[in-house]
Design a protein around this ligand. Structure first.
Ligand code: SF4
Length: 106
């Protein structure tokens, strides 16, 4: 009986310690997300068809905001107006580093 109690106390202590370490690491290593990704994602068609070469619209939104893709026309089903809106948004909205992206509609 004493062995089971000792094991339970050890498990609680280890679990509590690891939980506290994860909590501290979460605070120390928190990376603020770039708000532009959500905005661009909302402006894309949302079909998640993969025609852009990414598994879904979130992938292209990430790539546009990271500067890996500079033409919004990579999204094949997007309308001309959507492409212009996204390009205008990205050339006018600076990121966390204060820089804007050289994104074009076509
Ligand atoms: S091509 Fe456009 S609609 Fe299709 S997954 Fe890519 S961003 Fe989404």
């Amino acid at each position: 009986m004493e062995a089971i109690l000792t094991a339970m106390i050890m498990m609680l202590a280890v679990g509590g310690l690891l939980g506290a370490l994860l909590g501290i690491a979460g605070v120390l290593f928190y990376v603020k997300p770039d708000e532009r990704v959500e905005k661009v994602l909302a402006m894309l068609p949302g079909y998640n068809c993969g025609a852009c070469g990414y598994p879904g619209c979130a992938g292209l939104a990430d790539a546009l905001v990271e500067g890996k893709v500079t033409k919004v026309s990579a999204c094949k089903p997007s309308s001309a107006q959507q492409r212009v809106d996204i390009a205008n948004y990205l050339v006018e909205t600076p990121g966390p580093d204060g820089k804007v992206l050289p994104v074009v509609p076509q």
